[in-house]
Unconditional design. Structure first.
Length: 189
């Protein structure tokens, strides 16, 4: 769930709507290039019950979702993650923090995860900052997060705006290092 959230920027309501079998077969755009998708529901701002939608994701997300499907007792079409109350309700975030700070995480060059609550909203904003920092990234952020206006994406992508949601900046390391999240993408490999 943490990997899927961090690498897609999905809202918690969208993560909770993913079902077993939610990854669509990869489409080959060109030799060696495949487009991976997750099929779920967008709930925010939609009529009651949400609406079907798709997210284009990196291959690592499909691998994480496939692993989650193997670890669950849910049948195809049933909720994959279901309702959850934060990433640390089962100690997963504490375990991940310890692992990132361990010699294994250090060997991979990972920066310690701040000892603050981590939730889909903070991961969504961190991903937005990372995406917007790339050439053409602000437009890519708008499209990926399905924002109606690029102004919304600009707000997400500016770490100074995090105070408006009561969050402390969890993206400081990504501002110093262009590949701030690259190490976390590699973890999913």
């Amino acid at each position: 769930m943490i990997t899927t959230s961090a690498l897609t920027g999905m809202r918690s309501s969208e993560l909770m709507e993913l079902t077993v079998g939610c990854h669509a077969p990869a489409e080959d755009d060109a030799p060696g290039l495949a487009r991976h998708r997750l099929v779920g529901k967008v709930v925010k701002g939609r009529r009651w019950g949400g609406e079907r939608d798709e997210w284009v994701v990196v291959e690592e997300v499909v691998r994480a979702v496939t692993l989650a499907e193997q670890l669950t007792d849910a049948e195809p079409g049933q909720l994959l993650f279901g309702a959850f109350h934060g990433f640390n309700s089962n100690g997963a975030m504490d375990w991940l923090r310890r692992w990132v700070a361990s010699p294994a995480g250090q060997r991979l060059g990972l920066e310690p995860i701040p000892d603050r609550p981590v939730h889909p909203r903070s991961l969504r904003r961190t991903l937005a900052v990372e995406m917007a920092a790339r050439p053409g990234g602000l437009l890519a952020t708008k499209l990926h997060f399905k924002h109606l206006s690029v102004v919304t994406s600009e707000g997400y992508a500016d770490p100074r705006e995090l105070h408006q949601t009561g969050e402390k900046s969890q993206v400081a390391c990504s501002r110093r290092e262009p590949d701030g999240l690259r190490h976390y993408y590699d973890l999913a490999s």
